[in-house]
Design a protein around this ligand. Structure first.
Ligand SMILES: NC(=O)c1ccc[n+]([C@@H]2O[C@H](COP(=O)([O-])OP(=O)(O)OC[C@H]3O[C@@H](n4cnc5c(N)ncnc54)[C@H](OP(=O)(O)O)[C@@H]3O)[C@@H](O)[C@H]2O)c1
Length: 252
C-alpha cells in the first residue's frame, strides 16, 4: 500500500457540533478528513457537507470492535494517520424527560448512580484511551503525529479549588471529573510519547452552543473549534502535554 501524500486526520464525534467544525477546518487546511460518527449515515451526511476530502467512518468510541474496524479501514484505505482529534464526548446519560430534581441528584457525587458516572467516563475517558491505543501504530508511522483531546476548564482542579471561581457549582459527579481524568490521560500519553515526534495536547473550546448544553453556550462552533485545530497543526517546536484554550494555557 502506498502512503498517500496528503495528511490524514480522524475526528471522533464529527457528525455535529464542535467535531464537525474541526473536521471542516482541517479539510480547509488541506488534510484528508475522516469524519468519525457512531451512526454511519449521519457521518456520511456530514462528510458530504464538508466536501470530497472528507470521508465518513463508523466509530463508536465505547465499542472495541468498531474502533478496531475503523483502525483497519484507515490502514487499508488511506495508509496513514497524522492527526487524531478525540472530540466525542457526552455531558450526561440522563434522559431528557427526567425531572429537574432527578437531574440535580445525578450531578451530586453523594447521590449519583454509579452506573451513570461509569457511562460518562466510558465515553469521555476510556473511549479516548481505547481510540488512542488503536490509532497509535498508525500515528507512529506518520512523520509527526498529533493527538488533540477535547478537554474543559470545567475539569480544572486548580480553578475549581478556588471558592471564588464562578463556574464552581458545575463541578459535579461525572462530566467535570471525567474531563479532569481526560486531562490526566492527555499528560500520561504525552509523557510516554515525549521521546517520539508525536505531540499530545488538550484543547478547551470554551462554552460553545451545541447539543451538549442545549445550545446555551455563548461561543460559536467556529470559535470552539479553533484551539483544537491550532494544536492539531502545530509544528515540531509546538508543545506537548498541555491544556489550553484560545486565550492560552489553563491550569490543570
Ligand atoms: N460545548 C461546550 O461548551 C464544550 C465545552 C468544553 C468541552 N466540550 C467538549 O467538546 C467535545 C464536543 O462536544 P460538543 O459540544 O460538540 O457536543 P455535541 O454537539 O453533543 O457532539 C458530541 C459528539 O460526540 C459524539 N459521541 C457521543 N458519544 C459517542 C460515542 N460513544 N462514540 C462516538 N461518538 C460519540 C456525538 O455523536 P451522536 O450525534 O451520535 O450523539 C457527537 O457527534 C466534547 O468532548 C465536549 O465534552 C464542549
Amino acid at each position: 500500500m502506498i502512503m498517500q501524500e496528503r495528511q490524514v486526520a480522524l475526528v471522533t464525534g464529527a457528525n455535529k457540533g464542535i467535531g464537525l467544525q474541526i473536521a471542516r477546518d482541517l479539510a480547509k487546511h488541506g488534510l484528508t478528513v475522516l469524519v468519525g460518527s457512531r451512526d454511519l449515515g449521519k457521518g456520511e451526511v456530514a462528510a458530504k457537507g464538508i466536501g470530497e476530502d472528507a470521508h465518513a467512518i463508523q466509530l463508536d468510541v465505547t465499542d472495541q470492535a468498531s474502533i478496531a474496524a475503523a483502525a483497519d479501514r484507515i490502514r487499508t484505505e488511506f495508509g496513514r494517520l497524522d492527526v487524531l482529534v478525540n472530540n466525542a464526548g457526552i455531558a450526561s446519560t440522563a434522559e431528557p424527560g427526567i425531572s429537574f430534581e432527578e437531574r440535580l441528584k445525578f450531578n451530586r457525587p453523594s447521590a449519583a448512580p454509579l452506573d451513570y458516572v461509569r457511562a460518562v467516563y466510558e465515553t469521555n475517558v476510556f473511549g479516548v484511551m481505547a481510540v488512542t491505543q488503536a490509532m497509535l501504530p498508525l500515528l507512529h508511522e506518520a512523520p509527526a503525529g498529533r493527538i488533540v483531546n477535547l478537554g474543559s476548564s470545567s475539569g480544572s482542579l486548580t480553578l475549581n479549588s478556588d471558592p471564588t471561581y464562578e463556574h464552581r457549582h458545575v463541578f459535579g459527579s461525572a462530566y467535570s471529573p471525567s474531563k479532569t481524568a481526560l486531562h490526566s490521560v492527555t499528560l500520561a500519553f504525552a509523557i510516554e510519547l515525549e521521546a517520539t515526534t508525536i505531540k499530545v495536547n488538550a484543547a478547551c473550546p470554551g462554552f460553545t452552543a451545541t447539543d451538549l448544553n442545549g445550545f446555551r453556550g455563548t461561543r460559536t462552533v467556529e470559535q470552539g473549534a479553533r484551539e483544537a485545530v491550532r494544536l492539531a497543526l502545530i509544528g515540531p517546536d509546538g508543545p506537548t502535554g498541555t491544556l489550553s484554550d484560545e486565550a492560552g494555557p489553563i491550569a490543570w
